[in-house]
Design a binder for this molecule. Structure first.
Ligand SMILES: [Zn+2]
Length: 287
């Protein structure tokens, strides 16, 4: 069991950095049916969500700044010209260059050079869009996710590996058989052990989440494990997960984790995530 360092209280700050907006089909947010029909439902669904935020996260940690996901890039505005049917028809973006993570760090007074590590929950286009701003940082990606997203096959799967910077050569994020609460594998991301990655397979097979322990509160940087907190609490799966059983087990583990101690749950596209972070609003707390 990974032990949290409880000596240092509130030693870091987590910032939400919104990198524009995204709109997807409602059948992607909450899946309908099973198997192939579940995936096809996204294409036949006529209902779009409202514009949802796309957050990246910055952890201002005494051991160095950590960025979790890099958000959208302005290049995504060309997605309507993609040959990939999902990219072309089933997702829409709003983002300007100044809303990318690099320019936003600059306005926070942080140089991308000061970012020690970048952790990617997965490599979907709205999470790896700001990679070009971090040529000097150590970038960590789960090896399975990198394999899935790479090359021509990756493009057929809807990833955009041809948009990665030429220098992109991430370090493998290797999870060990070291349990962290209900998660059977984890990987410490700081010497203090207060930031760790855990396996949260479902949305993608090798999806990871980042847990940040600050004092008695844990911030759960959830990537796309669910599109909002209510769906996680209700155990409702998205419409794109590869394996419904695995996805359900992950949401169940997250729910149990949030019940085991004060936890703020922060998915990438949850419209309430930044407010919950600012108010330290715990998962399941009534509004
Ligand atoms: Zn995703």
């Amino acid at each position: 069991m990974l032990a949290w360092n409880s000596q240092e209280l509130q030693v870091m700050k987590v910032h939400a950095i919104q990198t524009g907006f995204v709109r997807i089909k409602t059948a992607q947010v909450e899946g309908r049916g099973h198997g192939l029909p579940r995936r096809l439902a996204i294409f036949t669904d006529r209902d779009w969500t409202d514009w949802l935020p796309t957050y990246a996260w910055l952890i201002d940690h005494p051991e160095g700044i950590i960025v979790v996901d890099t958000g959208q890039g302005a290049h995504l505005l060309e997605s309507g010209r993609s040959l990939h049917p999902y990219v072309r028809w089933e997702v829409a973006f709003r983002i300007e260059r100044e809303q990318e993570i690099g320019p936003q760090l600059t306005s926070l007074g942080i140089s991308a050079r000061d970012v020690k590590r970048v952790i990617l929950t997965h490599l979907h286009m709205d999470h790896d869009g700001g990679l070009a701003d971090f040529p000097n940082s150590e970038i960590l990606v789960a090896p399975g996710e990198l394999r899935t997203a790479s090359g021509y096959i990756g493009r057929l799967r809807g990833y955009l590996p041809h948009r990665w910077p030429s220098w992109f050569d991430p370090k493998p994020l290797l999870l060990a058989q070291e349990a962290l609460g209900p998660f059977s594998t984890s990987c410490k991301l700081t010497d203090a052990g207060d930031v760790a990655a855990v396996a949260t397979p479902g949305h993608t097979t090798d999806h990871i989440s980042v847990v940040v322990r600050d004092g008695d509160t844990t911030y759960f940087l959830a990537g796309d494990t669910s599109y909002n907190e209510a769906l996680m609490l209700a155990g409702k799966l998205d419409g794109v997960c590869a394996d419904e059983q695995v996805s359900g087990a992950t949401l169940d583990a997250i729910r149990r984790f949030t019940q085991s101690g004060p936890t703020v749950y922060l998915p990438t596209h949850d419209p309430d995530a930044a407010l919950r972070l600012a108010n330290r609003q715990l998962a399941g707390a009534t509004r």
